[in-house]
Design a protein around this ligand. Structure first.
Ligand code: CMX
Length: 438
């Protein structure tokens, strides 16, 4: 059975579970909200539902119930390569089932058929000032394609049926995802490689073609596959996933929704942290002026950053309370790759890993002093020659699109309503606080 038929079957099996919970158990309480949570960014408030990934504070992410290693192990690898295709992973995230090699090949063929980027998107990118941030370009390219929306066309068709709305959402999510490698690579080469472009190679999968269009040799294709899969999903409460879900809840289409999510990813406390990590390390190296980095010098630089009121990029997390397994997975890749394990930037990042948790613990503010995904990802990019670090969050965005687009397809499948939490006033909080003291 192909992806869409399998997805349809999974949706039909799942719908009665959601319907039963709503009808028979809708009033069961799963948590309470404190004043701290209301003011403090809804930390730990359980009010989103997804089965696509789950983030345990101690263990880290599981995709469809599987750890990162289990996920990589269960999916068919691209022939002759070390990692599965993004297309196989898309199948897995959508259905919860690992595809066979044949099913993965079918998805790869389907993506290829949808991957042509319209010329007007290129025109939009070229019309933007060349010093625009790559994330602004990426977001603009995505929203520019809104006129292609199959979901919006279906909504306006006069035959809109909530039960079938997942189909056009699935279709346009696949359309959109399949185009992202070419858009990302176009931005990269327009901005940093003298506007010299490399045409897409129709024989390659998502990650392979991305590496090819970027102009970076193997094993960068495997790096791209690993990177996109690792960054795909981190349950639903993070800014990019939540924003995409929120915008889609108004029955906005995938183009509007993903573009909004990408804008959230562009914040320095979220995806832009991977750029900030490189900015921090490069600034540190410059100040050293050729001297060898030592743990003492790193410790001083970290304190300087904290004392200047800034955060240490790549460290801390709103949910995680241990080292992010996405960090560990990339670290292991470095340790297992000849050349990378002795690479000075990797050694520096490893040294920061030794020092930063102690500094943050001593400062006593961050609830989690351990590194997140962003602390490590730039090292690998830099090693393979992608040193333009203001581009790094676009890479994150291509990966994140896989997870959030799978999620909004399921949002439509399960008929999730428009999101609309309730706000209260400060005076109300003060009254409830006073009442609680009586
Ligand atoms: N450096 C310095 N201070 C930090 C810190 C860090 N890395 N992490 C947390 N803190 C501070 C917070 O700013 C907060 O300070 P105030 O009380 O003055 O506001 C305090 O510690 C408590 O914060 P927290 O509850 O531990 O963390 P939050 O849930 O509020 O924030 C996060 C989480 C990720 C935004 C924060 O850890 C941070 O700013 N980290 C650095 C940026 C970063 O790496 N972001 C990427 C996260 C992963 C991703 O989304 O891509």
């Amino acid at each position: 059975m192909g992806l869409k038929e399998t997805l349809k079957q999974k949706i039909e099996e799942h719908r009665p579970r959601t319907a039963k919970l709503m009808k028979e158990h809708g009033d069961v309480k799963i948590g309470e909200v404190t004043i701290e949570q209301a003011i403090g960014g809804a930390r730990s408030v359980k009010c989103l539902v997804t089965d696509i990934s789950y983030l345990d504070p101690e263990e880290g992410i599981r995709f469809r119930g599987k750890t990162i290693d289990e996920t990589f192990a269960c999916l068919p690898k691209v022939p002759g390569k070390g990692y599965p295709s993004v297309e196989a992973f898309w199948y897995f995230l959508l259905t919860g089932e690992a595809p066979t090699a044949q099913q993965a090949e079918e998805v790869i063929a389907d993506f290829k058929a949808r991957s042509q980027v319209p010329q007007y998107v290129i025109d939009v990118l070229r019309a933007l000032p060349r010093d625009s941030h790559p994330m602004a370009m990426f977001s603009a390219a995505i929203v520019a394609m809104q006129r292609e929306s199959k979901f919006s066309a279906y909504y306006k068709s006069g035959k809109f049926n909530k039960m079938n709305a997942w189909e056009p959402m699935y279709e346009e999510s696949t359309d959109l995802l399949a185009k992202l490698p070419a858009i990302g690579a176009y931005i990269y080469r327009m901005k940093y490689k003298g506007d010299q472009h490399i045409p897409s190679n129709p024989d390659l999968d998502f990650g392979g073609n991305f590496a090819h269009m970027m102009g970076v040799d193997a094993p960068y294709d495997d790096v791209a596959r690993m990177y996109f899969i690792l960054h795909s999903d981190h349950e639903s409460g993070n800014v990019s996933a939540h924003t995409t879900h929120l915008v889609a809840s108004a029955l906005s289409d995938a183009y509007y929704s993903l573009s909004a999510g990408i804008n959230g990813l562009a914040g320095p406390l979220h995806g832009l942290a991977n750029e900030e990590v490189l900015r921090w390390t490069q600034g540190f190296m410059e100040k050293l002026g050729g001297a060898e980095p030592t743990e003492e010098l790193i410790e001083k630089a970290l304190w300087d950053t904290l004392n200047s009121g800034q955060v240490i990029p790549g460290y801390g997390h709103a949910v995680l309370r241990k080292t992010d397994p996405r960090y560990t997975s990339q670290r292991e890749f470095c340790l297992n790759t000849e050349g990378l394990k002795d690479y000075p930037l990797f050694k520096l990042v490893s040294m920061i890993y030794k020092v930063a948790p102690g500094v943050l613990t001593k400062q006593g503010k961050a609830k989690n002093p351990w590194p997140n995904v962003d602390a490590q990802s730039g090292v690998i990019q830099w090693y393979y020659g992608v040193t333009e670090y203001d581009f790094y969050t676009v890479l994150f965005g291509i990966g994140r699109a896989i997870g959030v687009l799978a999620n909004i397809t399921w949002d439509r499948a399960l008929g999730y309503p428009i999101e609309r939490p309730k706000s209260v006033t400060t005076a109300m909080l003060e009254k409830w606080a006073a009442d609680a003291q009586k």
